[in-house]
Design a protein around this ligand. Structure first.
Ligand SMILES: NC(=O)c1ccc[n+]([C@@H]2O[C@H](COP(=O)([O-])OP(=O)(O)OC[C@H]3O[C@@H](n4cnc5c(N)ncnc54)[C@H](OP(=O)(O)O)[C@@H]3O)[C@@H](O)[C@H]2O)c1
Length: 229
């Protein structure tokens, strides 16, 4: 029987990719996640998966040839800011390199890049679409370069989200919230920095519409310590 569902390819198979993939699947789309290793979160493991290394041009082209998506969501790592700062070349290879290979292979198909508020300088509590960018770290520079590459094509959309959090029931990929819950539930104290500010964003919140480059305005920023309290 012919499958008439629209095909969505998600590059990445981690926390965000799993959430986006599950939402798209619930909307009736045929979803394929992709990454170097099979997914580890319970949500992502329920979806179709194909291997890809975004840094490798041939691997990206082969993925698009095999998956034949109608649209692509770009949500792969690395997402660890400290790691990216220590490995700026590798961060750029994954984000900018991946965006270049995808831009080449898209062939007119729409792409959504999950980007970050790290493309801004971090001196203010909130930013909008028209504020100037000025990344203060290697992760932000790599993501901004990826944005520019994909937006140079006709059909790209960039979503600049801040720190996304949610409940990973199986705990396969603990985030700040689930790690706090697990530690406190076991009666253990949690050490949390109070000099790192962020604007947390609940992963089930839906964006209001389809602008070309959207920066969700999170309520206010707070420290990890305030969020944990
Ligand atoms: N989580 C947030 O709060 C947040 C906020 C704003 C933006 N974002 C963006 O969303 C993206 C995903 O974040 P996340 O929290 O879901 O990260 P994550 O859970 O660490 O997942 C990253 C995923 O990317 C894959 N990956 C890493 N390098 C790759 C490569 N070279 N080729 C293909 N896949 C690769 C990883 O699998 P393998 O290692 O097996 O390849 C993994 O599946 C990040 O790049 C980040 O810019 C996240």
């Amino acid at each position: 029987m012919t499958d008439h569902r629209r095909r969505a390819l998600v590059v990445g198979a981690g926390y965000l990719a799993g959430r986006v993939g599950a939402e798209l699947s619930a909307l009736g789309h045929a979803v394929t996640l992709s990454s170097r290793q099979p997914p580890s979160t319970a949500q992502a493991r329920q979806l179709d998966w194909r291997p890809v290394d975004a840094r490798d041009r041939r691997s990206v082209h082969a993925l698009l040839d095999a998956a034949r998506p109608d649209a692509v969501v770009v949500a792969h790592g690395p997402s660890d800011i400290t790691w990216c700062e220590a490995n700026p070349g590798q961060a750029a290879a994954a984000h900018l390199g991946g965006a270049r290979h995808l831009a080449e292979a898209l062939d007119g198909r729409r792409a959504l890049l999950i980007s970050t508020d790290n493309v801004f300088d971090g001196h203010r509590t909130s930013y909008g679409e028209h504020d100037p960018t000025g990344p203060a770290n290697a992760y932000g520079r790599a993501k901004l370069a990826a944005e520019e590459t994909l937006l140079a094509g006709r059909d790209a959309l960039v979503l600049r989200v801040s720190l996304v959090y949610g409940w990973d029931r199986a705990g396969l990929r603990p985030n700040f919230f689930s790690a706090c819950a697990q530690q406190l539930g076991a009666g253990r104290p949690v050490a949390v920095p109070d000099d790192h500010w962020n604007s947390p964003y609940w992963s089930t919140t839906s964006p209001p519409g389809p602008p070309p480059c959207w920066t969700p305005r999170t309520p206010e920023w707070c420290t990890w310590a305030a969020r944990g309290g």
